[in-house]
Design a protein around this ligand. Structure first.
Ligand SMILES: [Zn+2]
Length: 114
């Protein structure tokens, strides 16, 4: 993993951040630039650069990410009526930190993707 990865440093506690939830495989933090009333990032502990780099070996880490997302949705009160989960990949999608992270967005009526 690159030494300068922000999310690896948050995982390790080198950069202090409020983890609003975590499990064995992932942790959740609030997006510093929220696009909706609820905007949380679900980050696998393992340094995986993007969704393009996923393989079958990441199955357990991904399950950890998605189960934590469900937990966060309940904690944040958006489990009903619903929310969006999204991965950005690359510059055109606005990806700025190359450590896989799932966006959980909700708390208002969401428009179409894109
Ligand atoms: Zn990392």
């Amino acid at each position: 993993m690159p030494d300068d990865c922000l999310f690896c440093q948050m995982r390790d506690g080198a950069i202090p951040v409020e983890k609003i939830a975590q499990n064995e495989y992932a942790f959740a933090i609030r997006d510093i630039n929220p696009r909706a009333p609820i905007h949380v990032l679900i980050i696998p502990n393992e340094h995986i650069p993007t969704a393009k780099d996923l393989t079958a070996d990441h199955g357990q880490a991904l399950a950890g990410v998605f189960t934590l997302a469900t937990e966060v949705a309940k904690l944040e009160g958006v489990f009903e009526p619903g929310y969006r989960l999204a991965f950005n990949i690359g510059e055109a999608a606005g990806m700025t930190i190359y450590h896989l992270h799932l966006h959980l967005v909700g708390g208002r009526k969401l428009g179409p993707e894109g």
